[in-house]
Design a binder for this molecule. Structure first.
Ligand code: C2E
Ligand code: CA
Ligand code: CA
Length: 272
């Protein structure tokens, strides 16, 4: 059978073997890490650009590996997705994050990333409902961040699952908007509350008229259809000023704060 119009040759190199061995090792270790709670959750403030107040935090997982040090999520999330470990991992992050924010920060929302694999899992709704019940968090303070890849396999089921989540009272954000295969039909058909403009666009804001035009367009579009907009990856004052001028509601990025430990002062991140 043809694959991508090219013939594939099965050349097995030592590098491939090493990579398989490493991945296999990592898989077992990741399983262990979830059980041993080597995974920690950090929190990055999301700031209201008009008032300067922190209004929400995004939970971001880190793996503190005893031998390898801190492994970034981009190295183990894909592995967790391939192996299905993303399901217990995601549950752990959601439970931690909701428990942390629920009692201590009654003024904040909490955002948790949901991968497409988790969305396909039959127990998702029950699991989210369980976290809400156990942590006592008001459901509308929970924001689940999803990407468009959730629609690749089965768009109809994807939309149904999102609707069921919404019926629990949680909010939904479309993450990394503008990358991948964003389509206007998603905005039209998905039951969303907010969208997050991908860092790539924010990065170009100050020097690319093209990117600035895109950000303007996305913000205008979001507002027209009644969605809140969050700009990701704000690193400079210039970007912040432009986003305010454009009318973007919310922002997140190193300019305000890097992801912080659970016990750090998240509220200090706002604009002074
Ligand atoms: P994401 O959801 O787009 O998260 C934002 C990423 O941008 C985070 O990277 C954050 O640390 C980084 N970031 C925030 N502000 C800035 C900035 O001003 N400049 C730059 N250069 N980067 C900034 P991180 O924590 O390494 O996470 C990477 C990705 O891993 C996340 O991208 C998300 O897709 C995934 N991820 C992280 N935690 C989880 C999780 O608990 N579950 C799932 N399914 N995915 C997760
Ligand atoms: Ca996210
Ligand atoms: Ca993002």
């Amino acid at each position: 059978a043809k694959e991508g119009g090219k013939r594939r040759f099965a050349v097995f190199t030592p590098a491939m073997r090493d990579s398989i061995v490493r991945r296999h090792g990592l898989k077992a270790e990741l399983e262990h890490a979830i059980k041993q709670r080597e995974l920690v959750v950090q929190y990055q403030p999301i700031v209201d650009l008009a008032s300067g107040q922190t209004v929400s935090v995004e939970a971001l997982v880190r793996w503190n590996h005893p031998g390898r040090g801190r492994i970034p999520p981009l190295e183990f999330i894909p592995l967790a997705e391939e192996t299905g470990l993303i399901v217990p991992l995601g549950r752990y992050v959601m439970e931690e994050a909701c428990a942390r924010v629920s009692g201590r920060h009654p003024e904040l929302q909490v955002q948790v990333n949901l991968s497409a694999i988790e969305l396909e899992h039959p127990d998702l709704i029950e699991s989210v409902a369980g976290v809400i019940a156990r942590t006592g968090i008001a459901p509308d303070r929970v924001v689940l961040e999803v990407t468009e890849t959730l629609l690749v396999k089965d768009a109809v089921r994807g939309v149904e699952t999102l609707q069921q989540l919404r019926d629990l009272g949680v909010q939904l954000a479309l993450d990394d908007f503008g990358t991948g295969y964003s389509s206007l039909s998603y905005l039209r058909n998905l039951p969303l509350d907010s969208l997050k403009i991908a860092r790539e666009f924010v990065e170009g804001l100050a020097f690319s008229d093209h990117d600035a035009a895109f950000v303007r367009l996305i913000v205008g579009l979001a507002k027209t259809v009644g969605l809140k907009v969050v700009a990701e990856g704000i690193e400079t004052r210039e970007q912040l000023d432009m986003l305010r001028e454009i009318g973007c509601d919310l922002g997140q990025g190193y300019y305000f704060a890097k992801p912080m430990d659970a016990d750090a002062d998240w509220l200090a991140a706002g604009i002074g």
